[in-house]
Design a protein around this ligand. Sequence first.
Ligand code: ADP
Length: 446
Amino acid sequence: MECENLTALSATAIEHARHPRNLGPLERFNGHARITGPCGDTMEFWLLVRDRTVQSVSYTTDGCGSSHASGSMATCLVENRAFGVAYRLCQQDILTALGGLPSAIEHCALLAANTLHAACEDYLRSVKSESQGSSAKKQACGESNETQSPPALLPGGQPDEKSLQEERLRQRLARIRHKIVVLAGKGGVGKSTVAVNLAVALRRAGKRVGLLDVDIHGPSVPTMLGLEAETVSAEGGEMVPVDLGGLKVMSVGFMLSNRDAAVIWRGPMKMGVIRQFLQDVAWGELDFLIIDSPPGTGDEPLSVCQLIGNLDGAVIVTTPQKVAAVDVRKSITFCRRLGVPVLGVIENMSGFVCPRCGVMTQILRAGAGRRMADDLAVPFLGSIPIDSTIADSCDDGQPFLQGHEDSPTAKLMHDMLIRVEEAVVGTAAAEHRLPGERSTVDFIAP
Ligand code: ADP
């Protein structure tokens, strides 16, 4: 267990490597799997599932510290949890819980997730054959043929459509390292502007980035990126995102044949579209997926947060007035109810930069967003002034941070948005920090 350099690991990973939990076979189990990964490590998992809850779980591995850390953490994440949690646990969940692993050994977490998943499949198979066996026995004895069907399997042993969709979504999201949703209490406050420029800032910082616009009633990403002529194309049953200099973009707007058309979709249809965008778009491997959510705290942002499940956090955009800040409070409450970390609040259109002399004037009473963030103890990321070049860039389909990088507003916006990345990395590490261990980003100064 000590043969690799443990100092390269996070404190949480070191702790699990040195003191692995749930190590060694279970005496009684109903799910088991053993897998040898491409690295040559062999991992084994045992499960005891009762009443659709993982009552006991254990693992072994012949690998080194990171392999033990991954196996041990995987067991901790699913023990005494619903069976579905174990079935859906993915590599990223383990990595996040460990506070990350060096990229060369991230495959240990994948091996742990795959082996646990195979043990879950084994359990499902055993339930299936048990129910068939008892059914045959009961029939032979002339008893009723009623048996409890195994979870998520059709009579032929095939997973049902819902389970297949869940699995597709799980696999798709497992390849996206960080997922950030951009929220606003109401429309017109600059949410899409922030989402687009956040994606651009991260792309320019060399990250692999996707931008998903699910603002169903006002998809403005195609206009802001000059992609109005694009439509959805499909390949091999997957929707292909538009590639804009390495930035992968998908928008509800690409689905509308007529840009002037009003979207009149009922609730379930909207949910279906959001799910499809998360599940069926060929995003590939991404470092960040930025999601431009519909405004408010209704069904659509709720779907986004629930479908993704393990969002890294939300950026909340508001304007400086007190009335807008009331919506920020609602958005923060919404995030807290759903367990979505608030990465920070951005106060947009705060002050006005004169295009002639460059002097900034406070034309609205500013500061309500900051005060609300302070009151509710969430980070305040900073303020963006009203700057006509931002509006012009949006109208011209040219990301502001790409065409005006030297302007003072662009520099300010760029630095602010890059802090979102730092907050995400900080949040992922902070969630599993040991007592006494300090985060690198405790509070993001404006
Ligand atoms: P939302 O997504 O919240 O509905 P948008 O991002 O679509 O809002 O922005 C609404 C309009 O305001 C757009 O035309 C955009 O160009 C403009 N806008 C956003 N932020 C600024 C700003 N700081 N200065 C000037 N115009 C802005």
